[in-house]
Design a protein around this ligand. Structure first.
Ligand SMILES: [Fe+2]
Ligand SMILES: [Fe+2]
Length: 300
């Protein structure tokens, strides 16, 4: 019997990571893998990297590792180095050490489990670090992703929503998010895979942690004061376990509203995170007078 834990999307949230580390310690696992997005969307990216390295848990690279590497190289449009909308990204890129940067650069795009050789881990999907597999992904598309790899268990993250699709000859599993879940459950989430007698089962785990502690770190670290509108929207995401940042940016750009903190209340009058995204987009089309609005549910 082999047991493998997979955690992902920690997003600079040490209280959430520590809760999951303790939970894993009580679960008798043989191997732990990390699905990327250690950094970004949170103030403790450098510390998350330090702890994951100390634990010696292998990780793949997420799109947020890529974003912050791009920021550190200065390979972003000139206004991103000035705009309030991007101040949180600048802050998060700045707090990384040279060791963090070289670690992030070395992360692979995919990993296979040593204990469960049928398990292949990627951040979002086998084709990209930002093409996520979520509740909106069709069975046909999941089937195509599964057929594109040699292993029978495709494990991913990125959408911050746990998901399990069982096929006759394999499975697709999204392990959810440790530090910033979007499934309405604020607890830190991950999954344990167990192989017995040729079959692999999945247990999704939800771990309580001190949400007030990470919100306090937002303040004491300076992230909330210096991270502009993004840091404020991230606190709403933590408190509600639902997306606010990407819908806000989409709402602002569609309506031609400046994406600044003063607009958050107006946005909240318009946006209901429980409303299906399709219906939100339809209302946004109506409000903007446009016929069609392109939408990337994963966003930034
Ligand atoms: Fe993520
Ligand atoms: Fe991601």
């Amino acid at each position: 019997m082999s047991r493998v834990a997979v955690l992902a999307d920690i997003h600079g949230n040490i209280p959430a990571l520590q809760a999951v580390v303790s939970d894993i310690a009580s679960q008798g696992v043989d191997e732990v893998l990390v699905g990327g997005d250690l950094v970004g969307r949170g103030p403790q990216g450098s510390e998350v990297i330090r702890q994951i390295r100390r634990l010696n848990w292998p990780s793949v690279r997420g799109n947020h590792e890529d974003y912050l590497l791009t920021f550190r190289r200065g390979e972003v449009p000139a206004d991103w180095l000035e705009a309030d909308e991007w101040s949180a990204s600048r802050w998060m890129a700045d707090e990384l050490t040279p060791q963090d940067i070289s670690y992030m650069q070395r992360l692979p795009l995919a990993l296979c489990s040593q204990e469960l050789p049928d398990l292949r881990l990627v951040h979002a999907s086998p084709v990209s670090t930002s093409d996520g597999i979520g509740p909106w992904t069709t069975e046909r598309r999941m089937r195509r992703h599964l057929d594109s790899i040699e292993q029978s268990i495709l494990v991913c993250a990125h959408t911050h929503r746990p998901l399990h699709e069982q096929f006759a000859d394999g499975q697709v599993v999204n392990v959810g998010s440790v530090g910033l879940p979007f499934n309405g459950d604020r607890r830190a989430q991950y999954a344990i895979f167990e192989a017995t007698d040729g079959a692999t089962t999945v247990e999704f785990r939800q771990v309580d942690y001190d949400l007030a502690a990470i919100l306090k770190i937002y303040e004491t670290s300076g992230f909330l004061a210096q991270g502009g509108v993004t840091a404020k929207l991230l606190t709403l995401e933590l408190e509600n376990a639902q997306p606010f940042l990407v819908p806000f940016l989409h709402w602002a750009s569609t309506l031609g509203v400046p994406p600044i903190a003063e607009q958050i209340d107006t946005f909240r009058d318009f946006y209901d995170p429980d409303e299906p995204m399709r219906s939100f987009l339809r209302r946004l089309e109506g409000a903007s007078g446009r016929d069609h609005i392109a939408w990337d549910p994963d966003g930034r």
